[in-house]
Design a binder for this molecule. Structure first.
Ligand code: NAP
Length: 254
């Protein structure tokens, strides 16, 4: 696949789960990868370590998202990280992957839970893009990680669905604004992927089997299933695709 040698990528929430898979894949394709995390430094170091073990390059970026000043703090850490390894400033690939999913039907979600969900899942990507675009070179790539919940109703995580709907709209609208710089903006929308995020939902063999049965392949997705699609969208080969939402659900609920 794509040759990302000389490219700099930032993957939010890449200490664990899907983000880790994306960071490892982009590094394998040659990118220098900023491994961002909130608090789990041990996991972030594992991601960076596995990249280095495979001959890739990575550095850590710590910043809590969803709090005032989050984008400034993240990019201060990002810029310092690049300078620390003697790399030129710049950004080529921004993957907005970090998110939270709090349970709750319409009657249960508190205003605080709603605000927190939207702040991490939609507002943070918006301002990370705003700051990221100041650093991004022409021909750059922005990939937002959304979810199947924006096209299939999941009433039990309604605030999460609303936040991801905003992200889908951000992708489409922004793509029209940055095309003149050759920058593409796309969304990937995974179905159920085996990560910490849904560990409680598949705690029993029966629950696991029920989630697996949603895909025509009768299994849960793996981080690599998403990472391979992100790698394509990050590559030069995807140059004629922008403003799109790519379903990465293993044919869920066709
Ligand atoms: P995960 O395993 O729960 O990992 C979440 C990642 O985001 C971690 O790296 C975490 O950092 C970071 N993070 C969480 N809250 C943060 C905050 N407030 N500030 C900064 N970083 C924060 O999640 P995942 O399952 O890999 O999901 C990744 C993306 O895929 C999300 O956008 C999610 O909505 C989407 N998605 C997931 C599924 C699924 O089935 N798993 C399905 C559809 C879409 P720490 O390690 O430091 O906590």
């Amino acid at each position: 696949m794509g040759d990302l040698n000389g490219k700099i990528a930032l993957v939010t929430g890449s200490s664990r789960g899907i983000g880790r898979g994306i960071a490892r894949r982009l590094a394998r394709d040659g990118a220098l990868v900023a491994v961002h995390y909130r608090s789990n430094e041990t996991a972030a170091k594992e991601t960076a370590g596995s990249i280095q073990d495979e001959g890739g390059r990575a550095f850590l970026v710590a910043a809590e998202l969803g709090v005032p000043g989050d984008a400034e703090a993240l990019f201060a850490s990002f810029d310092a990280g690049l300078a620390g390894i003697g790399a030129e400033p710049g950004l080529d690939i921004l993957v907005n992957n970090a998110a939270i999913s709090l349970p709750g039907h319409i009657g249960e979600v508190t205003p605080e839970e709603f605000d927190r969900t939207v702040a991490i899942n939609a507002k943070a990507p918006f301002f990370l893009i705003q700051h990221g675009l100041r650093r991004m070179r022409d021909g750059g790539r922005i990939v937002n990680v959304s979810s199947a919940v924006t096209t299939t109703a999941f009433p039990s995580t309604i605030a999460y669905g609303v936040s991801k709907g905003a992200l889908d709209t951000l992708t489409r609208t922004l793509a029209a604004d940055v095309g003149e710089r050759g920058i593409t903006v796309n969304t990937v929308a995974p179905g159920f992927i085996e990560t910490d995020m849904n560990a409680a939902m598949r705690a029993t063999p029966e629950a696991h089997a029920a989630l697996a049965a949603i895909s025509v392949f009768n299994r849960l997705g793996r981080p690599a299933d998403v990472a391979d699609v992100v790698a394509f969208l990050a590559s030069a080969e995807s140059r004629w695709i922008t403003g799109q939402r790519i379903d990465v659900t293993g044919g869920s609920r066709l």
